[in-house]
Design a protein around this ligand. Structure first.
Ligand code: 3PZ
Ligand code: ZN
Length: 335
């Protein structure tokens, strides 16, 4: 289950094209209703802004929109954030809101205490997190909870705010025999879930408790002949998995376990050379989500020349953005 790259597909990264695509995307009504559809608009803004920042073009977006007003309108009385004004809060959009605030230098306008209270209220006795008051549990939410607290500058107070020990223990019980991780104990391994679990453990400083080589091997096996990576065995390659897998390997100090050149060729082939943007795979429709994760992957590989800023693998934010806010997570070398 793989694809072959079209012979006429682009072979170079086209950064200026992607900036045009992202800026254009936000101003087109049709697109706005598709991905920037209300139920995920806060995340859509994060994908777009983070990608533009990697390209050095965030000021263009800053000029066109009032991020401070949008954040204010999406804040909820429970301390969390919804995807758009009037929608319920959820950990997914709360993390996106904190990421947006950092990108736009609006951290001081957030009520860190209220957000921390919202996050704390979603932890369960076994250490897991539910995404909202309705109660679905998923390792994605463990990552969102810990990442939001860390990005608020509360990294050294995690133990006072939540049960950090139990949070890490829960994530570790979601490890599978194959080296991957699932949504809950015993569920099937998936690249996106592996990223969330490794990200959570990286924030907690507990990566050394993993069988690192077993996990890195499962991740490395995601690369197919096309150069692309899949989310689990027998599935098609997809550009967004280049991020989930690559960032996980970077956090484990095992980036060299896949071929960066072949992956970059796959990502380049998924670009639209006319309108800009990156799709899940060559020939498909481009969107800001795959554009961000394609660029972020290329940034981690350091093969795109000087056109991309360096990215932090745990938070998918430019390193200079984290530096500016004094946020530092010691990078683990994997041994
Ligand atoms: C996409 N979401 O549920 S979604 C997402 N997918 O909100 C955003 N790779 O229309 C965009 N597939 C495009 N712009 C797709 C985010 C999904 C992931 C779907 C997808 C990605 C292949 C089919 C889940 C972080 C946050 C959310 C997700 C993953 C990671 C869709 C479908 C789903 C969604 C949005 C639009 C096809 C963009
Ligand atoms: Zn995808």
């Amino acid at each position: 289950t793989d694809i072959s790259l079209p012979a006429d597909a682009p072979k170079q990264l086209l950064p200026e094209k992607h900036a045009d695509f992202l800026l254009q995307y936000c101003s087109s009504q049709d697109n706005y209703e598709y991905v920037m559809t209300e139920y995920l608009r806060m995340s859509g803004l994060y994908w777009t802004a983070s990608a533009l920042d990697l390209l050095g073009r965030l000021p263009d977006l800053r000029q066109r929109m009032d991020a401070a007003a949008f954040l204010r309108d999406c804040a909820r009385p429970d301390g969390g954030y919804g995807p758009a004004p009037g929608h319920d809060s959820h950990l997914l959009y709360t993390l996106s809101a904190v990421q947006v605030a950092l990108l736009f230098d609006l951290r001081d306008s957030l009520d860190a205490g209220a957000i921390a209270g919202f996050v704390r209220g979603l932890q369960r006795p076994d250490g897991s997190f539910q995404g909202d008051r309705w109660g679905e549990v998923d390792t994605r939410f463990s990552f969102c909870a810990l990442a939001a607290l860390f990005l608020l500058g509360l990294g050294d107070r995690l133990d006072d705010l939540v049960d950090a020990r139990a949070a890490g223990d829960f994530v570790l019980t979601c490890a599978n025999w194959d080296g991957g991780f699932g949504t809950r104990p015993g569920s099937e391994s998936h690249s996106g879930q592996v990223y969330c679990c490794i990200g959570a453990l990286s924030i907690l400083g507990r990566l050394h408790e993993l069988d690192v080589d077993r996990t890195a091997l499962w991740l490395a096996e995601r690369q197919l002949a096309s150069g692309g990576l899949n989310g689990r065995p027998e599935k098609l390659p997809d550009v967004c998995y280049s991020w989930w897998v690559l960032a996980s390997l970077a956090m484990l100090g095992r980036l060299s376990w896949i071929s960066g050149e072949r992956l970059l060729r796959f990502v380049c082939a998924a670009q639209d050379p006319e309108a800009g943007g990156i799709a899940d795979r060559p020939g498909d429709l481009c969107d800001p989500f795959h554009t961000l994760f394609g660029l972020a992957g290329a940034s981690l590989l350091r093969l795109g020349g000087d056109s991309l800023k360096a990215i932090n693998p745990t938070f998918c934010l430019p390193v200079d953005c984290l530096d500016r806010h004094g946020l530092r997570l010691p990078l683990w070398t994997g041994d």
